[in-house]
Ligand binder design. Structure first.
Ligand SMILES: [Zn+2]
Length: 92
């Protein structure tokens, strides 16, 4: 897989973990969705959080351009065979 930049690759590699990450999902088996995600705590630990104030433990924002290098993500990645979270790394 070819990456637009090393930083984008690094953020895809930590998808699903605590902190910031990039998720790449397929939409209706056709186009790709690029999601900038932030998780406040480790996955599976959400039930341990108690608060009298509403909290956002996970936030997701769809993006169209790489936040670091400005590449048009759809134009760059949709011609590649990107599956699931894009975590596969056959061309490091
Ligand atoms: Zn990039």
């Amino acid at each position: 897989m070819n990456w637009c930049c090393p930083v984008f690759k690094d953020y895809v590699s930590v998808a699903g973990e605590r902190g910031y990450a990039i998720l790449i999902n397929k939409f209706e088996e056709k186009s790709l969705l690029f999601i900038l995600q932030h998780r406040s705590i480790d996955p599976g630990k959400e039930s341990l959080v108690t608060s009298s104030t509403p909290l956002s433990l996970e936030t997701n924002a769809h993006i169209a351009f790489c936040p670091w290098c400005g590449t048009d993500l759809h134009a760059f990645y949709e011609k590649q065979d990107v599956a699931g979270n894009g975590g596969s790394d056959s061309n490091a």
